[in-house]
Ligand binder design. Structure first.
Ligand SMILES: [Zn+2]
Length: 1103
């Protein structure tokens, strides 16, 4: 980076004429003159009495957080539900075996911060002080290590000389453990500690409140969702999670004090030997009974044969895509077009798997094959990392690039470094090497891990990634046992666990670890006010601030904007908040105030008062313009010295000031059906303005999340660049409904700030010689080829890392991967999370197919497709997706299948659902030709950081009948087994929920029993159903069950499903039916036809 030296640039002096005066309000032109005066009645307006120039705006010494030792312990669980990484556990316990005692929170280890730290070294990312990249200067080292004997990379940043105290390990920061101190005594969230000493990871108490509907926090990625509930202040006593079940209260009309979500603790605990806290006992979506569950199964799985598919197709069976032979009718009912010789009942489909798998990551010195991401499993880390944290597209690594190419499969890792563990899993251990810092390979800087081999009675160790023979530091020596392992290996997490966390020494700091800063920006332009979006945002923030991390290091700030930006000074000393207006939206600055961002403890009352006032203050605002870009920039300037999270609530197309946008396509034509070959360009950002801004934000560790509460086109393609570059995400509420969306907005915000997360992070993935990292995909900023910068990283974010061969890998040696994530916890500790995976290498194609990971591969294809959409025409993207599938299956057919099967379509067992998922991808919202521009852009932005476990459902949703929930007794899971996605399963007298992790479409047939309607919706006829759906709970069993199912799904998905009613004969009904993947659709194959097409393509390639 060639940026100027890091300096805190004081904002421009606060020009007097830009300020409104105390007393009678002078409203700058264009800022809603007509509306404001009355609305401001309860505000004082400051003339910008600026503090002395140069006054620090961040933490002053007086404001600096007290040493942790002085901190009070965590608040009672009841008062402070589930905050990941809550304060402090006692600092390091020496014995690693302390693992079973108190478990420090994510980011625990408070004592560290009170150690002397290097002075503030200027903003990270500046040229002279690049963010610490694990001791290797960015740009100096590529994936390949320097030549043997070469100069040590970056001497000045090398780890400190050895000789420090021996490593001590303490129980580690489970990212998801709540309150440490209480961990071993009380469940952080009021729930019982079923798993003995481990507090349940999330499981945040659903708290009832004023919001109509609120999901619980996720307890478990993909299986148990997040989301807790509403108004914390109205609900001081969270219900136990896992406590004997109370009947679930209605969603929306839940009595205060009752959990919105049902959990099934008792029965579950009986079923699961390892089970502690409650979990979803619903079968995970699509768990693969089709994939070998047995860890390490070495036997070749039999391929899937498709006897029904003839060797040569009758030429007239079906036409190519684009020429459907059977016209698609959304109302076709059970009509499914199938070639006569194929039995639709024999084609591969996902089968629900109800049993929980106990998965050991290594057995007998070898990596085991992980269970499918969508299945329910409990990981025992026996050397390799949990597959939740990092998993590979193939579980054996091809020795050569040629073999990989032949297979047609991708070689990539999906890394989700903060993914939620299963409640019964051991927390990640924290290791403190003291001043010595973590042991690293002196050549490639890889961190010590279980695969580094100690030799010469322990005096040397050989790096598993680069092969370098290192001297063992004197204080780290230990004799080897008869098995060649160090005798202390089992007692040292860094030598026995796939994932550990190291305390970062000062070499990893360029400044004091940043505080947790949250700055809220709220659109108050006319549209936002009138649609209720502003009120919803204020309400959501007011409720969510009680979920911010506790402690003096948590700081907040707030501003509103229309055609001007309004800051607020929230000092407690003032009786009322002060408003400070910045009217210049081209050359933005911030008021020179020290109190725009304050510790939350100092301004909570004023902030709450302000949030309550804002909707009224701007009630009559007639300013339609919205200076989104300028407001972001101003918010950024206010938090530039610290970094932090900028949460923006935006309701209209940004129309004014820096970064303003235009409706690139009139709303009515805002779709890509127009046949324009350049249509995909509308999915690219309009220019570089916002990207440039985002790069600057990232450099100063500011992460932006954008909540789009809108009823019109807002150009997500342009806006999404900011969150994508800064580690944030877009939330999209379209068309915004003041009736049903506030609950989702609140829950999304609450989860955003309360999920496990870290700040000012840098991530690098290293791998064994022979491979190199090709690229990273996800929401981050990349300045050097080897590292990615993440101003924020959280439990939902996944980064895809692709690899290529640069040499041969030896077959008898394992190939290692190591992800190192340097980050700051929400409590200000600097940590390095190191995630290791070591896999066998193979020269046999059959092994690659046997060990293929379907869902991980599919997530890879999904991301690649989304990545290509803005730059390629959609038909090409669809063809590429289809061809990828065909190439993989053809490789298997050609090289692995027996000769006798020439006339059959043969699918490798591990990948037998690849055609189905590929077809679902081709039919997905993102790859469809119809649809609104913003829908496509949102889909692309969502996929960018999506996890493996949510990738499949996004395109291959779950279809659940809800009209007959009571009569089902064949299945004891909360969520019934999903139906196959075809119209045969959708009856006209039924009601169905189709969910993809984001949306829940509730489909009503035309002949639904009025009594059923009455029970679920409280109306007796279809005509009486409201347009906006808020699912209430009524006093009957069916209604309770429906609410239970919806809540359980929200929990499993870590996402508050947005419910929409879909009716037959309306566009909404057609939209619903477009997700019936197995059906034929205009221009797109049915599932059976697609299999035939794939088969035919394979045959033609074979000849
Ligand atoms: Zn090395």
């Amino acid at each position: 980076m060639a940026s100027s030296p890091p300096q805190q640039q004081p904002p421009p002096p606060f020009a007097a004429q830009n300020l409104t005066a105390q007393g009678p309000v002078q409203v700058p032109p264009g800022s809603g003159a007509g509306a404001l005066p009355g609305a401001f009645a309860n505000l004082q307006i400051s003339r910008g009495a600026a503090p002395p120039p140069g006054a620090p705006r961040g933490l002053t010494p007086q404001q600096a957080p007290p040493a942790f030792a002085a901190r009070p312990g965590p608040p009672p669980a009841a008062a402070r539900p589930a905050f990941p990484g809550s304060p402090p556990a006692p600092p390091f316990v020496r014995a690693p075996t302390a693992a079973t005692s108190a478990s420090p929170p994510f980011g625990g280890q408070p004592g560290l911060v009170s150690q002397p730290l290097p002075p503030f070294g200027g903003p990270p990312g500046a040229a002279s002080q690049p963010p610490p990249s694990f001791g290797v200067p960015p740009g100096v080292v590529s994936q390949a290590p320097p030549p043997f004997g070469g100069p040590p990379a970056a001497v000045s940043q090398a780890p400190p000389p050895f000789g420090g105290p021996p490593a001590t390990a303490s129980q580690a920061p489970s990212p998801f453990v709540g309150h440490t101190v209480a961990a071993s005594q009380a469940a952080p969230f009021g729930g019982p500690l079923v798993a003995g000493s481990h507090p349940p990871p999330f499981g945040g108490p659903p708290v009832a409140g004023s919001q109509p509907a609120v999901p619980p926090r996720p307890t478990f990625p993909g299986h148990s969702g997040p989301m807790a509930a509403a108004a914390a202040w109205t609900q001081p006593t969270p219900p136990s999670f896992g406590a004997p079940q109370q009947p679930p209260p209605p969603f929306g009309s839940r009595p205060v004090g009752q959990p919105p979500f049902a959990t099934q603790s008792a029965p579950v605990a009986q079923q699961l030997p390892f089970m502690g806290p409650p979990r979803a006992n619903a079968p995970a979506f699509g768990p693969p009974s089709w994939q070998a569950q047995g860890a390490g199964s070495g036997a070749m799985q039999p391929p899937m044969r498709m006897p029904g598919i003839p060797g040569s197709m009758q030429p007239n069976t079906l036409g190519p895509p684009g020429t459907p032979t059977i016209p698609y009718s959304p109302h076709a009912g059970t009509q499914v077009s199938t070639p006569s010789k194929i039995d639709p009942n024999q084609i591969p489909r996902p089968m629900p798997e109800s049993s929980v798998i106990i998965y050991e990551t290594r057995q007998g010195g070898q990596a085991t094959i992980p269970p499918a991401a969508s299945s329910e499993f409990i990981v025992k880390d026996t050397g390799n990392c949990s597959p939740r944290l990092m998993r590979c597209t193939v579980n054996q690594i091809p020795c050569t690039g040629d073999l990989l190419t032949t297979s047609g499969m991708p070689l990539a890792l999906m890394v989700q470094p903060f993914s939620l563990p299963h409640p019964s899993e051991e927390p990640i251990q924290l290791v403190d090497f003291g001043e010595m810092g973590p042991i690293r390979c002196s050549r490639c800087k890889a961190y010590i891990n279980p695969f580094m081999k100690f030799v010469d009675q322990g005096r040397h160790f050989i790096c598993n990634l680069c092969g370098f023979r290192n001297d063992t530091p004197r204080d780290y020596m230990c004799n080897l046992g008869p098995d060649g392992r160090r005798r202390d290996a089992d007692d040292r997490p860094e030598l026995s666990r796939g994932t550990v966390e190291f305390v970062a020494t000062k070499e990893f700091l360029v400044r004091d670890p940043m505080p947790a800063v949250y700055f809220f920006l709220i659109d108050v332009s006319m549209n936002a006010i009138q649609t209720g979006a502003t009120a919803a945002a204020c309400s959501a923030i007011a409720q969510a601030i009680s979920d911010l991390p506790e402690g003096p290091r948590t700081m907040v700030g707030i501003a509103t904007f229309d055609s001007a930006i309004h800051f607020y000074s929230l000092k407690r000393a003032q009786q009322q908040p002060l408003m400070l207006i910045v009217p210049d939206v081209q050359d933005v600055y911030t008021p020179l105030q020290t109190d725009l961002i304050l510790p939350v403890s100092e301004c909570r009352e004023n902030l709450e008062q302000l949030l309550e006032s804002i909707p009224n203050m701007f009630e009559n605002n007639r300013v339609a313009d919205s200076a989104f870009g300028a407001a972001m920039k101003a918010g950024f300037l206010a938090m530039k010295s610290t970094g932090g999270k900028l949460l923006v609530f935006q309701s209209v197309l940004p129309s004014l000031g820096v970064g303003s946008l235009s409706a690139r396509e009139a709303e009515g034509r805002a779709n890509i059906t127009t046949g324009d070959k350049e249509a995909h360009k509308l999915l690219q950002p309009v220019d570089n303005t916002l990207k440039t801004m985002a790069l600057e934000f990232a450099e100063y560790q500011v992460c932006v999340d954008v909540f789009l509460t809108t009823q019109s086109y807002v150009d997500i393609a342009s806006i999404s660049v900011v969150p994508q570059t800064t580690g944030g995400r877009v939330y999209y509420y379209y068309p915004f409904s003041a009736l049903s969306d506030p609950a989702k907005l609140f829950n999304d915000l609450r989860w955003n700030i309360s999920r496990p997360q870290g700040f000012e992070a840098v991530m690098r993935v290293r791998c064994s010689q022979g491979l190199q990292v090709q690229d990273y995909f996800g929401n981050f900023c990349k300045r050097v080829p080897t590292d990615i910068d993440l101003p924020a990283i959280d439990s939902d974010k996944t980064v895809m890392v692709t690899f290529k061969h640069d040499d041969k890998l030896p077959e008898n040696v394992e190939c290692g991967f190591q992800c190192a994530l340097l980050y700051t916890t929400v409590y200000g500790q600097r940590r390095i999370r190191v995630i290791n995976l070591s896999l066998s290498c193979t020269n046999l194609l059959a092994n690659l197919f046997r060990c293929a990971d379907l869902e991980t591969q599919f997530a890879c294809f999904l991301k690649q497709a989304a990545n290509g959409i803005p730059t390629s025409p959609l038909p090409r993207i669809r063809d590429e997706a289809t061809n990828t599938c065909i190439n993989i299956l053809q490789s298997y057919r050609k090289h692995c299948a027996s000769v006798t099967s020439s006339g059959q379509l043969i699918l490798p067992e591990a990948l037998k659902l690849l055609p189905l998922y590929t077809l679902a991808l081709v039919k997905s919202v993102g790859l469809r030709t119809d649809g609104r521009l913003d829908d496509h852009s949102y889909w692309i932005s969502l996929v960018s950081s999506i996890s493996v476990v949510l990738a499949v459902p996004l395109v291959f949703p779950r279809l659940i009948p809800i009209h007959d929930l009571i009569s089902r007794d064949d299945d004891d899971s909360l969520v019934p087994s999903p139906l196959m996605l075809n119209s045969e399963n959708v009856q006209e007298d039924g009601i169905y929920l189709l969910e993809n992790g984001e949306d829940g479409l509730i489909y009503l047939g035309n002949m639904v029993n009025p009594a059923t309607l009455e029970q679920i919706f409280g109306v007796s006829s279809l005509a009486a159903l409201p347009v906006q759906l808020a699912l209430d709970q009524f006093d009957n069993e069916l209604s309770r069950k429906v609410n239970e199912v919806v809540n359980e799904i929200r929990r499993q998905r870590c996402s508050y499903l947005r419910l929409r009613l879909c009716r037959r004969g309306e566009p909404s009904g057609d939209f619903f039916r477009s997700f019936l993947i197995e059906d034929k659709a205009p221009g797109v194959f049915s599932y059976v036809e697609f299999l035939v097409h794939v088969h035919r393509q394979i045959q033609s390639k074979m000849t």
